[in-house]
Design a protein around this ligand. Structure first.
Ligand SMILES: CC(C)(COP(=O)(O)OP(=O)(O)OC[C@H]1O[C@@H](n2cnc3c(N)ncnc32)[C@H](O)[C@@H]1OP(=O)(O)O)[C@@H](O)C(=O)NCCC(=O)NCCS
Length: 181
């Protein structure tokens, strides 16, 4: 099973190689092609932001300790109890439940440790796998809009999703009822 630990520069070389795959950063605001040294820069910034309580980036680790991706809370505002979830895995690690498990752990950290009351996620409507992950986590749609990004050939529809401890409980209950059936 995977484990999470606060990201450090020791994770940078392996994560850098994973993010150099254009398919991994396609739906993210990360640059593409992913420049050399970018992951180390990202991690240095993340460590600074962790110290001021604004961003918490975790490395997702395989049982042998190899980093397979990241899961994070960014834009954390402790005063209003809000933050934004993000996650990405190297392509070789897709399809095994890791994003759901890692994000559930990060949400647990956000709700239980940071005492957040609402976490958003922004996801492209083309990214059906990620939308499925968010649905499993208890996110519900808040709004959608067409957004442009320098790396996209055309504007894309983005959905803003919201999870609260209550929507998460409702989703768990729904899943339990369906299992009973
Ligand atoms: C999106 C991403 C994180 C998913 O990671 P993952 O570990 O494969 O996700 P999980 O296995 O936890 O869950 C994927 C779910 O999508 C489902 N799924 C897979 N292909 C699908 C498809 N074509 N249509 C609908 N659902 C699909 C899976 O069956 C699974 O749901 P299930 O558990 O009900 O069967 C991974 O593909 C990734 O890193 N992509 C690049 C970065 C990215 O897009 N990040 C999110 C930005 S919003």
């Amino acid at each position: 099973m995977i484990t999470l630990e606060p990201v450090t520069l020791a994770h940078a070389p392996v994560l850098q190689r994973l993010f150099e795959d254009p398919g991994v950063v396609e739906h993210l605001t990360f640059p593409s092609p992913y420049p050399a040294g970018e992951m180390a820069r990202y991690i240095e910034n993340a460590i600074r932001e962790r110290e001021v309580g604004a961003r918490y980036v975790f490395a997702i680790l395989e049982p042998d300790g190899t980093p397979s991706g990241i899961a994070l809370l960014k834009g954390v505002d402790l005063a209003v109890g809000a933050g934004e979830l993000g996650y990405a895995l190297g392509r070789a690690y897709w399809g095994g439940g890791r994003a759901t498990a890692a994000s559930a752990a990060v949400l647990g950290f956000g709700f239980d440790t940071l005492k957040l009351t609402r976490v958003i996620a922004v996801c492209g409507t083309l990214n059906v796998v990620s939308l499925r992950v968010l649905d499993k986590l208890g996110f519900v749609e808040e709004s959608r809009e067409i957004q442009s990004h320098a790396k996209w050939p055309e504007p894309r529809e983005q959905v803003r999703m919201l999870v609260t401890p209550q929507t998460r409980r409702d989703r768990e209950l729904r899943a339990a009822v369906l299992r009973e059936w």
